[in-house]
Design a protein around this ligand. Structure first.
Ligand SMILES: Nc1ncnc2c1ncn2[C@@H]1O[C@H](COP(=O)(O)OP(=O)(O)OP(=O)(O)O)[C@@H](O)[C@H]1O
Ligand SMILES: [Mg+2]
Length: 253
């Protein structure tokens, strides 16, 4: 079963066609990667999925329901969470607090109730802490919960971002270059984390330049070239596709 289906997506910026007539399907529970050279349209696709850009044409359905036209928070409420290519961490807050920020979609406390410290609010805060600690554990960061986020090395910050994205209990997680800037050890940790998330039943959309990582973890890979679908299939199919080898992957695979 496909959890996400994109059909005939178009996105133009003035005269530039960033994405043209793009269709693909993401099977539920899979790791689905989008690759392609710089400027191929990966981030544009990502932003259309998350509601940051409105497509000029086409549709994106999630669990059978249309996403195009929804606001970013409405898309998040449907169960789609994301991480950013550039870190979006609050450096002067603790690691735990950073993750607790991601829980707001699961809570109902308004400002007045919070100010009155009603018992329901206190209970909810305890739950938020528990959810956040679970997300930190999944990301291997629970021992750093009380540490100031600004003191963490880059690899752990990247995983902290994922922990925060997980705090909203998403069904679908879109990650924009989670391995960018990581050293070899950190990349291995990231790979293990991505596989753990899949083990939890979360469907993953991965935009990533690290071909080794993509080919190891992905169930399917979509190759974009100048905004269009160049190839789509299993990592093996894509790696053996002559067009892909020639035009986009070069010597890397
Ligand atoms: N907000 C924007 N305004 C104008 N043009 C844009 C905008 N966003 C993207 N583009 C253009 O659309 C095309 C696709 O860009 P996009 O950022 O989606 O590529 P990408 O595959 O993510 O590249 P990279 O690997 O460098 O991140 C490029 O030609 C880019 O210049
Ligand atoms: Mg990009």
């Amino acid at each position: 079963m496909n959890i996400l289906e994109a059909a005939h997506l178009d996105k133009y910026f003035g005269g530039v066609a960033a994405v043209t007539d793009l269709s693909f399907q993401v099977p539920k529970g899979s790791i689905y990667s989008v690759i392609g050279p710089n400027g191929a349209g990966k981030t544009t696709l990502f932003n259309m999925l998350c509601g940051y850009y409105v497509p000029n044409g086409g549709s994106i359905t999630f669990a059978g329901k249309e996403l195009v036209g929804l606001e970013t928070h409405e898309i998040a409420a449907r169960g789609i969470s994301r991480t950013f290519q550039n870190l979006q961490v609050f450096y002067n807050m603790t690691v735990l607090e950073n993750v607790m920020v991601g829980c707001h979609l699961r809570t109902h406390t308004g400002l007045i109730k919070a100010a009155l410290r009603l018992p329901s609010v206190v209970r909810e805060e305890r739950r938020v802490r528990e959810w956040s600690m679970e997300a930190l554990e999944l990301c291997g960061l629970e021992h750093l919960a009380e540490r100031e986020a600004g003191a963490l090395p880059y690899g752990e910050l990247k995983r902290l971002e994922i922990a925060r994205a997980l705090a909203s209990a998403p069904e679908f997680l879109a990650m924009d270059e989670p391995a960018a800037g990581l050293n070899d050890t950190e990349t291995l940790e990231m790979r293990a984390l991505i596989q753990r998330l899949k083990g939890r039943g979360i469907t993953i959309l991965l935009v990533e330049h690290n071909m080794g990582l993509v080919m190891e973890v992905s169930d399917r890979v979509l190759v974009l070239g100048f905004g269009s679908l160049l190839a789509e299939g299993t990592p093996e199919e894509v790696q053996n596709n002559p067009d892909v080898i020639k035009a986009y992957l070069g010597e890397e695979v």
